[in-house]
Design a protein around this ligand. Structure first.
Ligand SMILES: *Cc1c(COP(=O)(O)O)cnc(C)c1O
Length: 433
């Protein structure tokens, strides 16, 4: 399979090149040239299939020409070593819990898959690959844990000192092995700028083999389509005639785009709902046809605080830039911190189900957008304990931290402190490599 750039200014590349490069040279995002259809027989049998089998079948459509089947099957099976259950919250409303992986957030799926795929491509090569990732919390933990111990790859996580939660920090500073945490005296934007400058620095790139692990990478975003099939399979076990509508808490739109790919492969989902917090440029685009990216504002669903969603161009490309067909498949809603907080409290009181702030947006949007005769699924993208302080403030009740999450806090923190200075960052990279 060849991959083309959404900017259409660079030539097509192989899967390996798309994964190792991340972004195309023209700054566009890579897209697969074809999106394969799964046969009708697959949809007839899917309700009897488990997550791994479903995911292996879908993965072969994308990556089957480029990776031997037994190796691809192993990559998929190793990625999905945890459950992704669909639970009923109330009449006609279901939640797909994506937070049972090692760092208790859905990014585990993409990060684990990408680590294994990148390793497949580079492990036999002499030179180690350095993955640089800037994080405001969640991405760093997923990437660090996803790549932990993976052959041929070293990960540098840059994070703003004092600006991530204790749990998040513990998830990428206590791992050791091939994970190095760089604690920057600055903001998340400073960390991101350091990483961007590193990719543009000729000397660094001539000496080190650098790549990034953010959600623009095809190996991180495509595997997220697997669980949409699994969600549908579980839903039709309960209601074979269900007209499914899926609500996705959205930031960079990688998760939603993966769902749209699943639909394009024939998954009979009626439509999608994008749930935004106050950072609602995507909702605004759906309503008006105008896209005006801007700086993000801070909210309690902070993993969705994105003002210029990086996967927006993929959605445009997938729909041939046709606003009308896009709005036929997706509607969006936005919520304030107050609405999110109230929903967490009231939903726990009324149903017993504890939402995290991101899942709460998805739930609210589903309640607002679901039409009579439809069955709704919202994605719970993080475990509520990952946002313990916020959730406790909303409910007024203590949140218990799962043992495996608390275990991160037991280990010794190790980080390298750095000022916000590119030349010192560069020196550190060269010294540590
Ligand atoms: C990253 C993240 C999101 C947003 O996902 P996108 O793919 O960027 O739209 C939502 N919720 C949580 C908990 C996240 O970590």
């Amino acid at each position: 399979m060849r991959y083309y750039s959404t900017q259409k200014q660079s030539s097509t590349v192989s899967l390996k090149e798309a994964v190792v490069k991340g972004l195309a040279p023209d700054r566009g995002l890579y897209m697969p040239e074809t999106i394969g259809q799964l046969p009708t027989s697959f949809y007839k049998e899917i309700s009897g299939m488990n997550l791994t089998t479903i995911a292996q079948t879908v993965a072969r459509k994308f990556f089957g020409e480029d990776i031997p089947q037994d190796e691809l099957d192993t990559i998929v099976a190793d990625t999905l070593s945890f459950a992704i259950p669909l639970r009923k919250v109330e009449e006609n409303i279901w939640v797909l819990e994506l937070f049972h992986g090692p760092t208790f957030a859905f990014k585990d799926v993409g990060a684990r898959f990408m680590a294994r795929m990148l390793s497949h491509f580079v492990k036999k090569e002499q030179e180690e690959v350095k993955v640089l990732v800037a994080t405001s919390g969640d991405t760093g933990s997923a990437v660090a844990n996803g790549f932990l111990g993976v052959e041929g790859i070293h990960v540098f996580v840059l994070y703003p000192s004092g600006k991530v939660s204790d749990i998040q920090e513990a998830q990428f500073t206590t791992l050791g092995k091939n994970i190095t945490a760089l604690e920057v005296d600055g903001t998340f934007d400073d960390c991101q700028a350091l990483v961007k400058n590193a990719f543009m620095d000729e000397e660094l790139n001539s000496q080190l083999r650098l790549t990034s692990a953010n959600s623009i990478n095809v190996a991180r975003f495509l595997p997220q389509s697997f669980y949409y099939f699994h969600a549908w399979a579980q839903l039709i076990r309960h209601n074979p005639a269900a007209k499914a509508v899926i609500s996705v808490p959205s930031g960079n739109l990688g998760n939603l785009t993966a769902g749209l790919f699943a639909k394009r492969m024939g998954l009979p989902v009626e439509r999608f709902i994008a749930a935004n917090n106050r950072n609602d440029v995507f909702r605004e685009y759906l309503l008006t046809g105008n896209y005006s990216p801007r700086s993000s504002v801070q909210t309690i669903a902070n993993a969705m605080d994105v003002g210029a969603p990086s996967n927006f161009d993929r959605i445009l490309d997938l729909y041939g830039h046709d606003h009308r067909t896009i709005t036929g498949d997706i509607t969006a809603y936005r919520y304030s911190d107050e609405e999110i907080c109230n929903t967490i409290r009231v939903t726990q009181q009324q149903t017993g189900y504890l939402l995290d702030p991101h899942g709460a947006c998805g739930y609210l949007a589903l309640k607002e957008g679901l039409q009579p005769g439809e069955s709704g699924i919202f994605l719970a993208t993080a475990h509520p304990a990952k946002f313990k302080e916020t959730v406790e403030e909303c409910t007024g009740k203590p949140v218990t931290i799962p043992e495996d999450l608390a275990a991160f806090m037991q280990n010794k923190k190790e980080s390298i402190e750095l000022p916000n200075d590119f030349s010192l960052f560069k020196k550190a990279l060269l010294r540590l490599s």
